[in-house]
Design a protein around this ligand. Structure first.
Ligand SMILES: *Cc1c(COP(=O)(O)O)cnc(C)c1O
Length: 373
């Protein structure tokens, strides 16, 4: 097959009111963190998630930090976190002076395995952060049961799962607090940006206070606590609102792309495992990922190098936290390790054509087959 121009892993698409709203910010001089787009974006995002409140913030990492601060997490506390995640999930716990306690993965969804949580709960455990990895929702019912039994909070790291659903409920609306990211490569973006969602009015007030340097909402320049400047700007919110207006386009385009991957990968299932979508789940498919089958004698990294030479950008699955220097442990998390070293993310975005996908699948097949012959 002929070589195609470089195919990026992700590509943000601005085909709505983005430009118009940004120009409006500049023309009106409301460029900072006051202005109508901030509250408008928050209201629309809450409506989208089906929560009472949504609080915008500077990025997804500080969304997680705000959520933990709202619970007063600090030194001596432990928070349960999946080992297979992006490092921000664990780092947010560390920022509080608390300790992330890792849990192994579910072999099918790659998310935190609810069956492995209970053995990790101690007297110090305050809560659980679940991560809807790559857009597949966590099986929330067993997690919720455990949280009730041990009186723990649940924070959903939904940074990769805008619009994903668990049994008909949007991610970010199931636990106590939901955290989202609008980084440039996420399903919808504001460049950098984040959002916290909740139905709890006390948590909402607390997180708003913490986000705005701790300033008393009823008394300007009176600071009852030490807060943070974690605000999102009006310009970023303007982009976010326009992206959100088109979220069904962004979600359905991804699903079209993913359906084509499933179709063309059917002939390669002896070599490759495809991601699942459980019956109770609505996947948002932030990234379509594949696993090289166990026992196949070639390396994932070699495959990625070859694809790169063909102009196809890919990414390895996240390294599990327990093998990274800041969180190194000797404990074993066999499922997470098994998944992480066999997996890669393939290009997943709204501008991919059927031609692109056929080419990507053909190239993957070519290298995999050649290597095992
Ligand atoms: C992207 C991401 C974050 C952090 O979001 P930023 O906006 O980049 O700070 C947190 N958790 C997960 C799972 C992510 O993918």
């Amino acid at each position: 097959m002929s070589k195609q121009p470089k195919i990026p892993l992700v590509y943000p698409v601005f085909n709505g009111n983005e430009k118009r709203y940004v120009v409006d910010c500049i023309d009106s001089s409301w460029i900072s963190s006051n202005g109508k787009y901030v509250s408008h974006f928050e209201e629309k995002f809450a409506e989208f998630c089906g929560t009472k409140y949504a609080i915008s913030c500077a990025n997804g990492t500080v969304a997680l930090h705000l959520a933990l601060l709202a619970y007063g997490i600090g030194p001596g506390d432990e928070v349960i976190v999946p080992t297979l995640t992006y490092i921000a999930t664990a780092n947010a716990v560390t920022y509080c002076g608390a300790r992330p306690v890792f849990v192994d993965s579910d072999p099918e969804t790659w998310n935190i395995n609810p069956e492995c949580i209970e053995e990790k709960i101690s007297d110090k455990t305050k809560g659980i952060i679940v991560v809807h990895l790559y857009g597949h929702p966590v099986d929330m019912d067993p997690v919720t049961k455990l949280a009730q039994k041990y009186n723990l909070f649940i924070i959903e790291d939904a940074a990769e799962a805008h619009g994903a659903e668990y049994k008909g409920k949007k991610t970010g609306s199931i636990g106590d607090i939901g955290c989202f990211s609008f980084f440039g490569n996420k399903l919808i973006t504001t460049g950098e940006g984040g959002m916290v969602t909740t139905n709890n009015s006390k948590l909402n007030e607390k997180m708003k206070l913490l986000r705005g340097q701790g300033m008393d909402p009823n008394k300007r320049y009176w600071f009852p606590i030490v807060g943070y400047n974690y605000r999102l700007t009006n310009i970023q919110s303007a982009i976010g609102l326009a992206q959100l207006e088109n979220i069904s386009f962004h979600l359905s385009k991804r699903r079209e792309v993913v359906n084509l991957y499933y179709k063309y990968f059917q002939g390669l299932t002896d070599l490759i495992e495809l991601p699942v979508e459980k019956q109770w789940a609505r996947h948002s498919f932030w990234m379509f990922s594949i696993l090289l089958k166990d026992g196949v004698e070639f390396s994932r990294d070699d495959l990625m190098d070859q694809l790169d030479k063909d102009g196809i950008e890919t990414r390895p699955l996240f390294y599990p936290m327990h093998i990274l220097p800041p969180y190194k442990e000797n404990a074993q998390y066999p499922i997470a390790e098994n998944i992480a070293f066999r997996g890669l993310n393939l290009p997943t975005h709204a501008l991919l054509t059927e031609e692109n996908i056929k080419y990507i699948v053909e190239r993957v097949g070519h290298y995999c087959r050649r290597e095992i012959e």
